[in-house]
Design a protein around this ligand. Structure first.
Ligand code: ADP
Ligand code: MG
Length: 248
């Protein structure tokens, strides 16, 4: 059975795509069959992060009826890791905005992809906030990984997301990103559980080495021994855990 993990945040630039790319590499290195879909049609990222060569086939093409989702899934150069890029240019976006698309194609595409590649894990990247793609992705999720900075606006967005996710049959975990130095983890953990009913899966500090990569390499590949990689592994363990807090 494929486990579907959605990475979401209220605002952009929170580190969703970076975390997703790193988790994808760690999972694939652990021998899992992994699919990643960039549902961020507005600001695609994963094709650049994975250095995908330009070519035909993307989520946008699939939504416009121009290709099958199986054709849109590309090899990444990492064994066992497939990627569906969001789009290959702006033309498809304009078309999608003008004509719209059948949102039912998204869950159908995720299912077909999972079956076609016999995926163990399907990772769905999202655009920030609540929109057709992010809400539909969350509707397909087994777990939603909600990312937020320690910031009032980000955290108010978490409440909104949790109010939505609470109606869906999926678990949720919280990851704090760009955490200020010296943050009290226990306090954050307690608050995450008490206020959001979500276990804290990780606290990611701002890491200058990550910013210095300019998105040209994926962090775990460039800095395999860095403590941040330990934090990414802790997130994977929390995603595996069958906790009760998230079902409250
Ligand atoms: N822990 C981190 N420390 C420093 N920079 C980070 C960290 N996580 C992500 N970044 C940088 O922040 C920017 C936005 O990250 P990204 O993953 O694209 O966010 P999102 O997908 O939520 O919009 C990128 O330039 C990325 O390299
Ligand atoms: Mg992103």
């Amino acid at each position: 059975m494929t486990r579907t993990i959605v990475v979401h945040s209220h605002r952009g630039g929170t580190g969703k795509s970076s975390v997703l790319a790193n988790l994808a590499l760690l999972l694939a290195a652990g021998g899992h069959r992994v699919g990643a879909v960039d549902t961020d049609l507005q600001s695609p990222t994963l094709d650049l992060l994975f250095g995908l060569p330009p070519g035909a086939g993307s989520l946008a093409d699939y939504l416009l009826g121009r290709c099958e989702i199986e054709t849109a899934a590309r090899r990444t150069g990492v064994p066992g890791l497939y990627l569906v890029p969001a789009r290959t240019g702006t033309a498809a976006l304009r078309e999608l905005m003008t004509t719209g698309y059948d949102v039912g194609l998204l869950p159908e595409g995720f299912d077909r992809l999972a079956r076609h590649h016999a995926l163990d894990v399907l990772l769905l990247d999202t655009h920030a906030g609540l929109n057709n793609e992010s809400v539909t992705a969350m509707g397909s999720a087994d777990v939603v990984l909600i990312m937020a900075r320690a910031d009032r606006i980000d955290l108010s967005g978490v409440e909104e997301t949790i109010a939505l996710v609470g109606r869906l049959a999926c678990r949720r975990v919280l990851v704090l990103s760009m955490a200020p130095e010296g943050i009290d983890r226990e306090d954050v953990r307690r608050r995450a559980e008490d206020v959001y009913g979500a276990p804290l899966a990780g606290v990611l500090p701002y890491v200058p080495e990550m910013a210095a990569l300019y998105g040209e390499r994926i962090f775990v590949d460039a800095h395999p021994g860095h403590p941040l990689v330990g934090e990414f592994r802790a997130i994977l363990s929390a995603l595996d855990a069958r906790d009760e807090v998230s079902r409250a």
